[in-house]
Every structure is written in C-alpha cells, then in structure tokens.
Design a binder for this molecule. Structure first.
Ligand code: GLV
Ligand code: MN
Ligand code: MN
Length: 414
C-alpha cells in the first residue's frame, strides 16, 4: 500500500471524527433525518465533496449528492455512496465511512487524471436508519423513485409529521419526486460499509464481498390490558399488558432462532410506568430479518400467532402496525465481480463472500439498478454502539479495493 493511500485513509478517519462531533446528544452520536444535525452534516460533507472535484447539491429529499461529469452530457451514471444519518448512541463509521471513502476515491481518480466512461455520483443518503420516523431507507427510496404518498403521515416521537419536517427543513414535499433517478441511464451502485458483524475478523480478513442483503420487516406492536393497584388487585383479576408483551419478547427469540431468522425487540414502553401500578398498556417494537422473504414472513406468522395466544390467555388486546418492509436482495454478479477484482488487487486472492444481515441503502437502490458492496472488518463486529472501530490499515486497503472496483466497472463499460 502506498504512502498516499495511507494518508488518504487517515484523512477519511479524521473526517469520521469531525462528523462524530455533529450530534443531537451531548453524550453520544445521534443524527437523524431532517434535523439541524442533518443540515450541518450536509454542509460539511458538501465542502469535502467540492474539494474532491465533485459538484455538491442537496436533493429534494435531503440527500447530499456530488456529481463528477462524464465524457458526454448523456453518459451513464455510476453511483457510489452510503448514509450520513445514525441510530441513537451510534458509532462513527456505520454509513459515514462508506460515504467518505467514495468521496476520497473520486478525489484520487481525479487527481490522477483518470478518464472514466461514465458520470460518477456520490450520494450521502439522508435516512437509512429510520431513527426518526420508524420507516427506514427514506433517502434511498426517494432516489430509487419508490417514495410512497402514505409516508407523509408518519410521525416522529414528538408528533411531527414527515410532511411538516420536510417543510421545516426547507424542502418542498410536492417536489420529492425530483430526487429520483428513475428513467436515467444508471449503470449501478457500489457501496462500501463496515461489516457490523464478526465474520471478517474471525476469518482474519480485512475485506469481503457481499452476496446479498437479508429482507427485513419492522413493526410497532401494542398490548392493551388494564392498569390497576399493584397491591390491591388479585392475580386472578389482573390484565397485565407487560406480562403479555414479555411472553412475546421471549417468543420472538425462540421462534426466530429455531427457524434461522433474526428477531429483535429493541424498544419497549410500559404505561403508565409507575412502580406501584399494573402496566395497562405496552408499546414495543419488532425488527425481523431473514435470508429469504418467505422465511421472514413465515416467522412473523408464528410470532403473531404466539402473541394472539398470549393476549387471549391474559384478556389483552394485541395491535400490529407495520412500519417498514424491505425485500431480500442479491448483488449483481458483474458488479460483485468488480468488487472481487478490487479486493484481489490488494493481495487477497480469494475474497470472503458474506451475506449482509444488516440493512443498507443498496436494498432500496436495488429497485433502481444493480448493486454490489464491499465490506470492511470492524473490531469485534461491534456496531450501533459507541465502541464501533476500524483499523486504519484496513481502511487504506478498502480505498485501494474500492478504487480498483470502480476501474473494473469502467473497464467493462469502455
Ligand atoms: C441498519 O443499520 C439496520 O438496521 O440494519
Ligand atoms: Mn446502521
Ligand atoms: Mn449502515
């Protein structure tokens, strides 16, 4: 690896540190959609895009885009990127690293005067995590042209609708369709991302090539019983919503695990929430993923049945609100081959292939064009946590591999 690549990796990591300072929370990283932190991040990263030779602009959905013109006005487009938003209590690399790497690679190609047969467009997607409105991949769905009118009524924890948040951010909801690339000549989308799991580390590899991304569904669930006195109300007459929800939480693990799927209850609120009051209502979330949509849906059916049974036994009602569904996707063989070529160029003769259990903007972009992904080892597989970490030498290898992947795509389209 050259000294220039090591410097470039160092710069990418320093920029991740800068963005870690743009946070709504004083004691951790939190940047969600259509917030002041989102706006500040777009300004900051836009300046880095401009320094790399890209023309930065914010699209009609709040995504940050940077364009490098191709040989002709009507040249096809190759998309590169990842996301700039975070979960609450996030690490500093999930999404951010891939976006900043894409900018760095464009800067390196431009400095060397490499002429490509396509336009490059780097996208820092504005909402991959769904932290604010529950529905994930809003930014990439806008680019893929799959935005749905019903989403305008989604509300955040303070009751602000997505429509009103757009207006407050300075965006015009009526123009969201202008973010779409549908109908344009898009060759494909390449995304680099930390693995968010331990497989590369366990295999002693810095980089891997993604084979596909698990399908996911997200639900808001509710058990309703009756609040009452924690001392006076006998067990036989209680309608404790938290006990009902707890049975569902356990069933999620058992049923998903037995079937080879992954289910997580990441949020649970019991009301009215006092130590001496029986919980009368519980709201809880479910994130469900599997390699195939059929398996994921089958497990959901089993979870729903277990929940209805638990509710009936305790005289509770059970409500389901589905917030998000994304189909399982497979990478395009030709683009994945370009990523493999890139990894081989770094000295790994047989790149490890991995299925992504984490969701990515590529899932939404798959409705627009082909995609492929490069995974980068992260320490102990930790992600969605402040201890998320990567090695500088891995990032340097990843930059070389990502650049070589772009050149391999260029070669195939020459
Ligand atoms: C995105 O980070 C996900 O939840 O997989
Ligand atoms: Mn994430
Ligand atoms: Mn991510």
């Amino acid at each position: 690896m050259s000294a220039a690549t090591a410097d470039s990796a160092q710069q990418v990591l320093e920029r991740c540190d800068v963005l870690a300072g743009i946070s709504a929370a004083a004691d951790g990283i939190e940047r969600s959609y259509l917030t002041p932190e989102h706006a500040r991040t777009n300004w900051t990263v836009g300046e880095w895009m401009a320094a790399a030779g890209l023309t930065p602009w914010q699209d009609a959905a709040g995504n940050l885009r940077g364009t490098l013109a191709g040989p002709t006005q009507d040249a096809p487009i190759l998309l590169l990127g990842s996301h700039l938003d975070t979960v609450p209590g996030a690490g500093r690399y999930d999404g951010i690293l891939g976006t900043l790497m894409a900018i760095a690679v464009v800067g390196r190609l431009r400095e060397r005067g490499v002429v490509l047969p396509f336009c490059l467009e780097v996208i820092g997607f504005a909402d991959e995590e769904g932290t604010r409105f529950g529905r994930t991949l809003l930014g990439s769905c806008a680019v893929a042209g799959t935005w749905q009118e019903s989403w305008w009524y989604l509300r955040d924890a303070h009751g602000v609708s997505l429509h009103d948040a757009f207006v407050a951010f300075g965006l015009d909801p009526a123009r969201v369709g202008e973010a779409s690339l549908r109908g344009r000549d898009v060759i494909g989308y390449l995304e680099a991302h930390i693995e968010q799991g331990p497989l590369l580390q366990d295999a002693d590899r810095a980089l891997g090539v993604v084979e596909g991304i698990m399908g996911a569904r997200r639900f808001e669930l509710e058990m309703v019983g009756e609040a009452g006195h924690a001392g006076g109300m006998p067990y036989g007459r209680r309608r404790d919503a938290l006990l009902g929800a707890s049975e569902v939480v356990s069933a999620v693990e058992t049923l998903a695990r037995d079937a080879g799927a992954i289910g997580t209850v990441g949020r649970l609120h019991a009301y009215p929430g006092a130590m001496n009051v029986i919980p009368g209502r519980v709201e809880f979330s479910l994130d469900l993923r599997a390699q195939t949509d059929a398996l994921r849906d089958e497990v959901w059916g089993e979870i729903e049945e277990a929940a209805l049974k638990a509710a009936a036994a305790r005289h509770l009602s059970f409500e389901v609100n589905e917030l998000h569904a994304a189909r399982a996707t497979e990478v395009a063989p030709s683009l994945a081959a370009a990523v493999e070529t890139g990894i081989r160029a770094t000295g790994d003769a047989e790149p490890l292939r991995l299925l992504s259990k984490a969701g990515h903007d590529a899932m939404a972009i798959a409705d627009l064009c082909d995609y492929a992904m490069l995974f980068i080892r992260c320490k102990d597989g930790i992600s969605h946590h402040r201890d998320e970490d990567v090695r500088a030498d891995d990032v340097a290898l990843a930059l070389d591999a990502f650049e070589a992947a772009v050149l391999a795509v260029a070669h195939a389209h020459a």
